[in-house]
Design a binder for this molecule. Structure first.
Ligand SMILES: C[S@@+](CC[C@H](N)C(=O)[O-])C[C@H]1O[C@@H](n2cnc3c(N)ncnc32)[C@H](O)[C@@H]1O
Length: 411
């Protein structure tokens, strides 16, 4: 149904006037049949012989994401990025049932403990873990539901279309929120941000006004925030809607520091030192995200048509994530101004989808072929954890590779 708006209603007198003039004209010129469109798209159909007058409101353009009648019945038919947004939103709203199922499975396994053993374990207070963890998980669920509601309003996707849930998406968002925006993540951030911030300062000094920095694969955006705090104009780019929705929620729905509480370790009961570790709360954000950071949603390979536009590009845990490293390096090179600085820190983990799984040395040689002058003196190996639970008895250390390189001035 076309919508009738206030401006449409104001056109009714105009339409009435037109109709009277035409009707009067028909008295002198004989029967009249015509359809006309007057300003603002109001359509008038007049047939004086059959005494028919129809006035139709304008056809308003419909946003396919917001108008239920225009939404496809199945998520598979949604165009991108609506399909990914829909799936991420569904994953956040499904967190509650998923986490409670995980806890219910633990409870069911516990119910199989032999009666004799049960007496022993009861004195440990083990059974109390189920109610405590369900309560903590409900706090997470409220956060995930509020995040999802915020995302639905932001993207106008009020109706959830059924889709597969990405079970890891919410856990990853919680882990990255913790790493980027809680006190628990501070030690990791210091380790990896310090060399990056130092390299920027070494190159540009204090006079950062007007300098443009790009941070592709920005995740939950803390590095972009830190760079922006130094006065640079920062574009962050991210394509995963788990991260994007969480970032928007953090930026738009945070009134003060430590406004939100999460229990990111609540369903992870392995590698724990003590019974309390799983209920460790994290409070976010430790600082308010810098609203000057511009988040570009989408693929860094396609979202930036303008070449030579950045003074620096900073890649953190990023260059090993794509399909083709040559595409990534060529795009970083293209987007830098001549003489512009590329700072990299990250592992060489390469997903199974990567077309090539090069060593760090091979990547640096490739960078030279593409037109970077690599500063070999800048190179460091930096051992770091990634989104690590502080009390976990499992540690996964990356020996990340740090370097700086410049886009050669020669073509
Ligand atoms: C390992 S995570 C690191 C995130 C962040 N740099 C950090 O250190 O926390 C890599 C990120 O890059 C994003 N990403 C992968 N390919 C991308 C692309 N082509 N354009 C933009 N982002 C991309 C992923 O969605 C993911 O959030």
């Amino acid at each position: 149904m076309p919508r009738i708006t206030t401006s449409t209603l104001l056109l009714i007198p105009t339409a009435a006037l037109c109709i009277s003039v035409l009707w009067a004209a028909s008295k002198f010129r004989g029967p009249l049949t015509l359809s006309i469109t007057i300003p603002h798209g109001v359509e008038i159909h007049l047939d004086t012989k059959q005494s028919i007058i129809q006035v139709a409101a304008p056809k308003t353009p419909v946003n396919p994401l917001t108008h239920p009648s225009q939404q496809p019945a199945a998520a598979a038919h949604l165009p991108e990025p609506a399909r990914s947004i829909n799936q991420a939103l569904n994953s956040f709203s499904a967190y509650e049932s998923r986490v409670q199922k995980t806890l219910a499975r633990k409870r069911a396994r516990f119910s199989q403990v032999a009666a004799l053993h049960r007496t022993l374990v009861d004195s440990l207070g083990y059974a109390a873990h189920f109610t405590r963890s369900e309560a903590a998980a409900s706090t997470n669920s409220q956060f995930a539901a509020a995040l999802s509601d915020h995302g639905r309003a932001l993207y106008g996707m009020h109706r959830a279309l059924p889709s597969a849930n990405d079970v890891e998406l919410v856990d990853l968002a919680f882990a990255h929120l913790t790493r980027d925006w809680s006190d628990d993540g501070a030690a990791e951030r210091v380790q990896i941000f310090t060399p990056i911030m130092k390299a920027l300062k070494l190159e540009f000094g204090e006079n950062t006004a007007g300098l443009r920095v790009l941070n592709p694969g920005s995740g939950l955006g803390r590095l972009a925030h830190e760079i922006s705090q130094q006065g640079y104009i920062v574009d962050a780019c991210e394509l995963d809607y788990g991260s994007i929705l969480a970032y928007h929620y953090l930026v738009n729905a945070t009134k003060s520091t430590y406004d939100h509480t999460l229990y990111p370790y609540v369903s992870n009961w392995v590698h724990q030192l003590n019974p309390e570790a799983r209920y460790r709360p994290v409070h976010i954000p430790d600082v308010l995200p810098d609203p000057r950071v511009r988040l570009v949603e989408g693929d860094f390979l396609t979202e930036f048509p303008e070449s030579a536009s950045y003074d620096a590009i900073v890649t953190l845990f990023f260059i090993d994530i794509g399909q083709d490293i040559v595409d990534f390096l060529r795009n970083i090179h293209r987007l830098l101004k001549p003489g512009g600085l590329w700072i990299n820190l990250g592992p060489f983990k390469w997903g199974s989808f990567a077309h090539m799984q090069l060593s760090a040395e091979e990547v640096l040689t490739l960078a030279g072929m593409i037109g970077f002058d690599v500063d070999h003196d800048s190179r460091q190996s930096i051992e770091t954890l990634y989104a690590h639970q502080p009390e976990s008895l499992l540690k996964f250390t990356y020996v990340t590779q740090f370097w700086t390189a410049k886009k050669a001035l020669r073509s």
